[in-house]
Design a protein around this ligand. Sequence first.
Ligand SMILES: [Zn+2]
Length: 397
Amino acid sequence: MSPTPILSFHSIGDDPLPFELRHLTAPPEMLEGILKWLTKHRFKTISLGDYFEHLESKKEIPKKSLVLAFDDGYLDNWCFVHPLLKKYGHCGFILVTPEFVQKGEICRPTMEDVDSGLLLRQELPSRGYCNWAELGAMQSAGTLEVYSHFQTHAWWPISNKLVDFHRPGHVDISGIWNANPSAKPNWLDPDAKDIGMALPWGTPIYESARSQSAPRITVDKNVAATLVEHVDQNGGAEFFTKPGWETELSAMAKSLTATAQIQRETQADFEKRLQFECQESRRQIEINIPGHKCRFLGWPGGEWNETAQRIALETYDATLTTHPHATRLGENPHLIHRFFFGQRSHELTGWVWPSVMKFSSRLGKIRGDFGWKIRDFIANRAIGFGSRFCRGNRGFR
Ligand SMILES: [Zn+2]
């Protein structure tokens, strides 16, 4: 039997995400093209639960199956993905980090409301994250099942090696999240004026890793405070336009860090933190979506290790990586792999059809289908040609 892949997306919307997350947004027309293509070619999208039971040899699945995944819980998944899945009779799952879920008990408008003339497409509030009402509605509609994407989705410093400074033009997104976790649900809000200012300019950025990857360290707060004060007294944001600012600030940071106290998280505390991330995210999803069993965890960034996996399996039936591989019957059903699509410029263009053809060739390659190479060749040529003449995904609006 051909392998059944999981194909993953992030944001699907009209407005690309900000900063270096821009590449995570794909246009809704591309997803619609893909869903139409899947329907036309009789592919069946199946639930993650069915896929897992298939991997456990407990359930048969259709020959032409695949699983669709959407990471991070963006509001545009509610506005665009949910109505599209409903329209074409497909399903998938959404990975949600409870710390990012927005407040609000009312489901906001979707493309269905635009289609029925209630508001204009450009009036759709699609920037931000879903609230529990929207997640619950997708869960009960069967369009997107809700699974865990950890409690914090954070990066933490793992050494005192300085890599950069939080500054205009280089916003430390994870630093902003860590500095003010309660503001995480609204950090994408278009009305949140200068999001960078949530963290003072000049804050040092140390070598970091995802929450689940390694024990974290804490560098004495006085190092950051002294650097920030220096930047503030020398022009604030303007400081970073002066020639030689980097040499000046780096030298200061190095000498301060060399004598600063560094606290290292113990292995026991690291494991306790992982346990909290696993248990708390499942608890919050199940409390807010009554009756739903949150059986799966998608590792943020797809990163996992033996320790994290051992701890996660105390709470979940299986975890999901982003290792590009279609997990087959006979392989470990508790560590499921998946592919990303639509997050790279060579998969997208201003036209829809080459992206859909690229998707079909990707799927064909994974499954070993006849004719995928020729489709891939045509799609690559068209995407290359199209990117010269179309504005392309990265500026699709
Ligand atoms: Zn993520």
